[in-house]
Design a protein around this ligand. Structure first.
Ligand code: UDP
Length: 371
């Protein structure tokens, strides 16, 4: 039977759910507190330069999931893009993720893959058998010198916590390569949508069965009249911070403008702890198929997310899992409501996982409640 369903948040989670439910014949109202679609994936053309800006920082789509890749390609032309990140550390420029060139440059050597593997094995801390923290994982993985140069300072700036307080899972996002492959990601599919991410979300929500309410917050009282609520906002905010506020990081961006080329590539990380920013992204390099005379770059600063700031990153602190668990228990006890997405489930999710999970949530819901 056709239902009236509310979706809170017009990022990828909310948009994918709304699309699937509307396709199946349900009526969907999407409530988005901000004045634009696509959440932190939002892209828009800069009126001054014509460059497509990733408003909330760089988003490169990458996945190993066939279903997700097929799904997103229905709504956009994905242009081939390989993320090749550079790192400035201790007055020199290196290539990331740590690969054979990084190792050879850093140690002033000409190692072959096998020699590098043996060398890193000899400097890595082999006494750490089951790394639990980011720091333990890094020391066991690459040893003290590379950890201190590329990982410790950057992580301190990014998370505001020492790597000894963060779980090993954060570092496991980064590959370590004993060849010259400097692709930041290891997934078989990678690209950037030609017209940006907001364009995809617009298409997902462009359906007669979907009404979008921008600049509209949604509270407990607004649930009346809806048979189900899909919520992709911050999980703690839904419960009025009843268990205390969960820790998030927010980002500040300083905009740099110039003629020509500012830094010669899309992303440069700044790993030294004394440099206050974490990275600089120059957005025209995310679209090498376009050409622009002027250029725009964002210098990115990470800090504690206060009330009123936009939450970007849930902080996966080893010590705060109990508080999160209490929120997850509250969420499970809610009737007729599903929490999803990076903020709704308080997990460090990439776009592809967010979409995959939203598709699966929709599958389960439609299996139980076909229109
Ligand atoms: N990281 C680091 N140095 C770098 C890049 C990343 O120490 O130059 C660490 C940092 O803790 C970061 C994590 O690795 O949060 C994951 O990096 P990723 O590039 O996936 O972060 P994101 O792009 O999601 O901010």
């Amino acid at each position: 039977m056709k239902q009236r369903i509310a979706v809170v948040g017009a990022g990828f989670s909310g948009a994918v759910i709304a699309y699937r439910l509307a396709q199946a014949g349900h009526g969907v109202d999407v409530f988005e507190a901000r004045r634009h679609l696509a959440g932190n994936c939002h892209t828009e053309r800069d009126p001054q330069s014509g460059v497509l800006l990733h408003r909330y920082g760089p988003h490169i789509f990458h996945t190993a999931d066939e279903r997700v890749w097929r799904f997103v390609n229905q709504f956009a032309e994905f242009m081939p893009f390989v993320n090749r990140v550079k790192a400035v550390a201790r007055g020199r420029v290196f290539t990331l993720p740590i690969n054979l060139l990084t190792i050879n440059q850093f140690f002033g050597r000409t190692f072959s893959p096998e020699e590098a593997r043996r060398f890193i094995g000899s400097i890595a801390d082999t006494s750490i058998e089951n790394p639990r923290t980011f720091e333990e994982q890094a020391l066991a993985f690459v040893g003290k010198d590379l950890y201190e140069t590329f990982l410790e300072g950057y992580t301190l700036k990014q998370w505001g916590r020492h790597p000894s307080q963060l779980p090993a899972s954060v570092l496991k996002r980064l590959p370590l390569r004993f060849n010259y492959d400097d692709n930041y990601y290891s997934h078989p599919y990678q690209g950037i949508p030609r017209e940006g991410y907001t364009h995809i979300v617009e298409k997902l929500l462009d359906h007669a069965g979907i009404r979008v309410h921008l600049e509209t917050s949604f509270t407990q009282a607004d649930r009346k009249g809806f048979s189900h609520l899909f919520y992709s906002g911050p999980i703690d905010a839904w419960f009025d911070d009843a268990e205390g506020r969960l820790a998030y990081r927010t980002l500040d961006f300083e905009t740099l403008r110039a003629e020509g080329d500012l830094q010669g590539t899309a992303v440069i990380n700044y790993c030294d702890p004394e440099v206050p920013w974490t990275r600089i992204s120059e957005h025209k390099h995310f679209a090498p198929w376009e050409s622009h005379e002027r250029t725009v770059a964002f210098k990115e600063f990470s800090r504690v997310c206060e009330a009123g700031d936009i939450p970007y990153y849930p902080i996966p602190l080893v010590a705060e899992q109990a508080q999160l668990q209490r929120y997850l228990d509250l969420a499970r006890a809610e009737q007729g409501m599903t929490f999803l997405g990076r903020l709704g489930t308080y997990r460090y999710l990439d776009m592809d996982v967010t979409i995959k999970e939203a598709l699966e949530v929709a599958d389960r819901f439609l299996g139980a409640c076909p229109a």
